[in-house]
Ligand binder design. Structure first.
Ligand SMILES: Cc1ncc(COP(=O)(O)O)c(C=O)c1O
Length: 377
């Protein structure tokens, strides 16, 4: 399907052009009809007809092999999926260079953030995390009585590892690092993160959330799974929701020492869905998918950065599937003005209240976003 040119369409025309007039059925029929490797260029919109660029989904689409696997299993959904999980775990363990006992599956990696958060806050103490950062694990620990020790990012909006190291002590129950960081998209230098994590892990578990790392230019040089293999008290989380384009299927996993894995499982439902399992397994088998998706996300990032540079806007150096930039106006005003142009951007990230995070969508979505930014910035 050709890229729509939203600037030439009014809201009603979009709705008709995208089939979005059937409220609530906007995205699914289009996804189901896109089983080829061709770039997905249709314009998915929310039931209100808006372009959703606030949740860091990959609307460039899942692997065609994953979509085919889900189709092939539609009639198996009367079955429980338990028999399918071991082979997915085996494939993940092989990819990560660990044993299946090192892998804990979750209903999205969010479940692992919650489960590890529950485990690590069995005793009251501190969770150390960057500000602004992704809050799910920090919030899970705070709910259970832990104190959040927030450490501001440095002036490049990267983790300030020296400042974080200075906070680690006997009261530390967990150090949470999101790399690339959400919402800023910045990556910390691998050698520095490695040294930091090894030292911090002597005192408390270090949880490294690599939800977006496969979008980065150098995945292999930056993943910290090697620290788990070497026996450090480190947990690395990954998800099929981001680069794999399977957010709706809720599959994530974490790599950790087998004894930690056994303890974490006690805090999880462990109950993924059948289509998610087969989609994840097929995605891993499609070895060309991640490099191709990474290149397309990077092209989307670069095109967006060109708009921001032309507008003279500051931005954090992005290595994820989103860009964080300074809007020059209060974020609530900016959100409202983008919404009026048909685009939903992410929430406010205190204390950076005139900065905005916007996801990289497919070309049709980005055309709408670029047109909106031209007007609003
Ligand atoms: C940094 C980070 N970690 C984890 C998650 C949880 O994602 P999921 O539960 O879909 O794997 C998200 C979702 O946006 C995220 O941004």
């Amino acid at each position: 399907m050709k890229t729509l040119r939203p600037s030439s369409l009014n809201r009603r025309q979009w709705l008709q052009a995208t089939g979005a007039a059937v409220a609530g059925l906007t995205l699914a029929p289009r996804l189901r009809s896109a089983p080829t490797a061709a770039p997905v260029e249709y314009l998915p919109v929310t039931p209100e007809g808006l372009v959703q660029l606030s949740l860091n989904e990959n609307t460039l689409g899942a692997s065609p092999q994953a979509i085919a696997a889900m189709r092939a299993h539609l009639e198996q959904t009367c079955r429980y999926p338990y028999g399918l999980t071991p082979s997915l775990v085996k494939a993940i363990a092989a990819k990560e260079g660990v044993t299946p006992e090192h892998i804990v599956m979750g209903v999205g990696s969010g479940e692992l953030l919650e489960g590890c958060g529950a485990l690590f806050s069995r005793e009251p103490g501190d969770v150390i995390a960057a500000v602004p950062g992704y809050l799910q694990m920090v919030a899970a620990m705070e709910r259970r009585g832990c104190r959040v020790v927030g450490v501001p990012l440095n002036d490049r909006l990267e983790h300030d590892l020296d400042a974080m190291a200075a906070k680690v002590g006997p009261a530390t129950r967990c150090v949470y690092i999101c790399n690339p960081n959400n919402p800023t998209g910045t990556l910390v230098a691998a050698d520095r993160l490695r040294a930091f994590a090894i030292a911090a892990a002597r005192q408390a578990p270090v949880f490294i959330d690599e939800a977006y790392l496969e979008c980065a230019d150098d995945f292999a040089g930056n993943t910290m799974v090697g620290l788990v293999r070497e026996g450090h008290n480190v947990v690395v989380a990954r998800t099929f929701s981001k680069i794999y384009g399977l957010a709706g299927q809720r599959v994530g996993y974490a790599v950790m020492a087998p004894e930690t894995a056994r303890a974490v499982r006690a805090h999880l439902s462990g109950s993924m869905n059948l289509l998610g399992i087969v989609a994840a397994q097929a995605s891993l088998a499609d070895t060309g998918f991640v490099p191709a998706a990474r290149a397309r996300i990077k092209a989307g990032r670069d095109a967006l950065l060109a708009v921001l540079r032309a507008k003279g806007r500051r931005y954090a150096e992005p290595q994820g599937s989103f860009v964080f930039f300074q809007t020059g106006q209060p974020i609530a005003d900016f959100q409202a003005r983008m919404r009026a142009e048909g685009v939903i951007v992410a929430r406010a990230f205190p204390p950076l209240l005139d900065w905005c995070r916007i996801s990289i969508g497919n070309p049709a979505e980005m055309a709408v976003a670029h047109a909106a930014l031209q007007k609003v910035l």
